[in-house]
Design a protein around this ligand. Structure first.
Ligand SMILES: [Zn+2]
Length: 403
């Protein structure tokens, strides 16, 4: 015989314990706290929730709860807005074999009315909810991660071959503030790979062209233009404003400068380099891993390493390396996954070969070592121009990135 709603509710009350918000609070304060399951719709959750609650809307409960809570003896407290949906959810959990299930009486409304702490996530606009919907579906990003991305500040050194794809994807991902330091103007020869720029912008400052492209893609992004050459005089002033630095520079003085400034400020540096058909990417963030100087203590003799302007570069290669740099920056911001810290990803695109090389911090490094001797920024032009020794034979020669 078919059951009435009242009968179903009575049945649920018989098999699911109801607990008061105060009881839930007490249980959450213990070390062996229960899993708190918010079974309301996402929209309701967004308006505010009990800190530590896991959002699992009632409509997805059967499908997702076994992934979210694999051990069926885990104590669970479910709540909804008023205590009805969570009671029904509790009944389903019991049917799925969960042994220790309770429902919070009066739900979130009662919790809030008693003056207990609630948390509210960033409120996304309707457009943002659609724009970032694919991120929201990923547990590793979700709304919390998207809020981190929107609050993040990433500096791209150069809006060239590497900076273009890196900044493009960072903007698409919703990184809220992107700084671009570059003093060049767009040249026709750039357009084979520097995808931020267009034919009608030849002669325009690259920072301006980058801002136009990035903001056309995503109006959430604030672009800060630094139309200046990065130097020992301005590096700290610029770097200090950012959480992560993405290196797309094309010369050794800037490479050493960016490294030293990041080490001294304690900022992660996502490094990339390309040469003809080969590229590499890594993350420098000592002391957890090496810095650039640990690998290349001294610059190569001037003129010994041809630049991309001299040796050429396959147009798609900086796209690959720049995208890896964007990916690493995003992982650093989210605090998820394993970054390339202490490892270098090396691409040989002609051979279609990708290798991961292990990198170690040098405790004798002059910048990030145990007893650093370089404690302030130096004149890097002089440092690179006057170097008398070749670098201590690295596994691969240092490569130069394209402008
Ligand atoms: Zn070092």
């Amino acid at each position: 015989m078919a059951k009435t709603y009242q009968q179903i509710m009575d049945e649920a009350r018989r098999i699911v314990t109801e607990v008061s918000p105060d009881d839930v609070k007490t249980r959450l304060d213990r070390p062996e706290k229960p899993v708190l399951l918010d079974v309301r719709e996402r929209e309701e959750y967004r308006q505010g929730y009990v800190p530590g609650a896991l959002s699992l809307p009632r409509g997805f409960l059967e499908m997702r709860v076994e992934d979210a809570v694999p051990d069926k003896n885990t104590p669970i407290v479910a709540y909804c807005a008023g205590g009805t949906r969570s009671l029904l959810a509790g009944r389903i959990l019991k049917e799925l074999g969960y042994t220790n299930v309770a429902s919070m009486r009066g739900g979130f409304t009662a919790w809030k009315n008693q003056g207990l702490t609630i948390r509210e996530d960033r409120q996304f606009t309707p457009d943002q909810q659609i724009r970032y919907s694919r991120h929201f579906l990923l547990p590793e990003v979700g709304e919390e991660g998207q809020a981190k991305l929107l609050d993040a500040k990433v500096l791209c050194i150069g809006a060239g071959g590497l900076g273009s794809p890196a900044a493009f994807y960072l903007a698409a991902a919703g990184v809220g503030t992107i700084g671009i330091v570059d003093m060049d103007v767009v040249d026709l020869s750039n357009l084979q790979r520097q995808i931020l720029h267009t034919n009608d912008r030849i002669g325009m400052p690259k920072t301006e062209s980058a801002r136009l492209t990035l903001q056309a893609l995503n109006p959430d992004v604030k672009v800060l233009e630094f139309r200046e050459r990065l130097s020992s005089e301005n590096a700290f002033r610029i770097f200090e404003q950012f959480d992560v630095v993405v290196n797309g520079c094309d010369n050794f003085p800037t490479r050493y400068l960016a490294n030293d400034a990041c080490v001294m400020l304690g900022k992660p540096l996502v490094d990339g380099a390309i040469w003809q058909f080969e590229g590499q990417a890594t993350v420098f963030n000592p002391p957890a891993g090496p810095c650039y100087r640990c690998l290349f203590p001294e610059p190569p003799p001037p003129g010994s390493t041809p630049s991309c302007a001299e040796a050429g570069v396959l147009g798609v290669l900086p796209g690959i390396v720049g995208c890896v740099q964007a990916l690493e920056a995003i992982k650093l911001i989210l605090g998820k996954g394993r970054t390339l810290l202490g490892r270098m990803m090396h691409f040989d695109t002609l051979a279609a070969d990708v290798r991961i090389l292990k990198l170690r911090r040098d405790p004798h490094c002059v910048v990030c070592g145990d007893n650093p001797t370089v404690r302030q920024l130096i004149d890097y032009e002089v440092f690179c121009g006057l170097a008398e020794h070749a670098p201590a034979a690295p596994e691969r020669p240092p490569t130069v990135s394209a402008a």
